[in-house]
Design a binder for this molecule. Structure first.
Ligand SMILES: Cc1ncc(COP(=O)(O)O)c(C=O)c1O
Length: 358
């Protein structure tokens, strides 16, 4: 099995460690561990290894599913890996909507053949007809990220319904990575795909909406045959969720009204700050849900990487559009604490002005 290097992770590994201002991240500033009870007692494996049955039942309920239709994982990343391994084989085919978080096309491409369907800039609209054209008789999986990273675009209910129907008609699964869904406002959120019917698989986790990426706690929800197959793969990846992850994750889920409201308010305020920057420098973007914006690269720069390297020299890490195969754009994370974002935008402004005047 060949897998492409994860371009964004490699870029961050090169730059994020030393940089004073990190806007390369796609999440919300992490919460302090002190806000939770952090003593899970004995540090055994979580047993049963698919996660605590009561907690699974309570999370599964939001998808109108039962405890055996949900598997706890080490982050959304593992949930996506397991979903891909459970649904694709060497001679099958997947349709992946891009640009997106690289796992959502590189993992399917490591196992099967992939056809990419491109979102159309500047609104990053998904045309279900493009999905229909890409689906083949051997298609087993269609992959979506909603809200989308990097663009922040929410695909509306009628689009998701149409794509679900196309996947179902092809007897394929629709996998929707919904890790940014908790950051969308309630009137913007669309129904999770796992609650739409027997072809729907949703992945999610506590990294983004809850601001708890270090917990490594996520899940896969969907039909029992896929969740069971994913669990059988998990026996070879991480065996069980982390005991710390589940212990703190349970509290975070119980307190989700408070935590999500706090984090949503935080990203909305920060988004306004970045929106003002976009205006001031004559850039363009689609006003995002989630915590990442995909901005056009200022004209004075040859490419996104050129811009990002100049920013790195000024101590700011952002994500080059090249890591999403879109060199005309740059991804800026705006979930950081307010002072960090302000500092980063001041530095970004200086870099743009210097290049424009030089
Ligand atoms: C769309 C998407 N899915 C999954 C992940 C990984 O999430 P986790 O930290 O829950 O594994 C990310 C992280 O950036 C992401 O953007």
């Amino acid at each position: 099995m060949d897998i492409e290097p994860f371009a964004l992770e490699r870029w961050l590994a090169e730059h994020e460690h030393e940089a004073p201002v990190n806007l390369g991240d796609s999440g919300v500033r992490p919460l302090e561990a002190a806000r939770f009870d952090t003593d899970p007692g004995r540090l055994g494996y979580v047993i049963p290894t698919n996660g605590d049955p009561d907690l699974r039942a309570s999370v599964a309920d939001r998808y109108d599913r039962g405890a055996d239709e949900l598997l706890f994982t080490c982050g959304t990343q593992e949930a996506n890996l397991l979903a891909v391994l459970a649904t694709l084989e060497r001679d099958s085919h997947a349709v992946c909507v891009t640009p997106t978080y690289q796992s959502l096309h590189s993992l399917p491409a490591a196992v099967a053949e992939v056809t990419r369907v491109e979102l159309a800039a500047p609104e990053w609209r998904l045309d279900p007809d493009d999905v229909a054209e890409a689906i083949r008789s051997d298609t087993d999986l269609v992959v979506l990220n909603n809200p989308n990273n990097p663009t922040g675009r929410i695909h509306p209910q009628e689009t998701v319904d149409a794509v679900y129907d196309l996947a179902a008609a092809a007897d394929a699964y629709l996998l929707s990575d919904e890790v940014y869904r908790p950051l969308a406002e309630s009137d913007e959120r669309v129904e999770p795909v796992a609650s739409m019917g027997p072809h729907g698989l949703s992945t999610c986790g506590l990294s983004k909406g809850w601001g708890l990426p270090g917990l490594r706690f996520g899940w896969l929800a969907g039909p029992e045959e896929v969740v069971t197959a994913a669990w059988e793969w998990k026996d070879y990846t991480t065996i069980s969720p982390s005991a710390f992850g589940q212990h703190v994750g349970r509290q975070a889920i119980e307190r989700e009204d408070e935590l999500l409201a706090e984090n949503r308010a935080h990203v909305r305020r920060n988004r306004d700050l970045l929106d003002a920057f976009v205006d001031e420098y004559g850039l363009d973007w689609h006003l995002p849900a989630g915590a990442t914006g995909f901005l056009t690269v200022p004209e004075a720069f040859e490419s996104s990487e050129d811009f990002c390297r100049a920013l790195a020299d000024e101590g700011v890490v952002v994500a080059p559009g090249e890591t999403f195969d879109r060199p005309e754009y740059v991804r800026v994370g705006f979930g950081a604490d307010r002072a960090t974002l302000s500092d980063g935008l001041d530095r970004m402004g200086r870099v743009v002005e210097d290049r424009r005047s030089g």
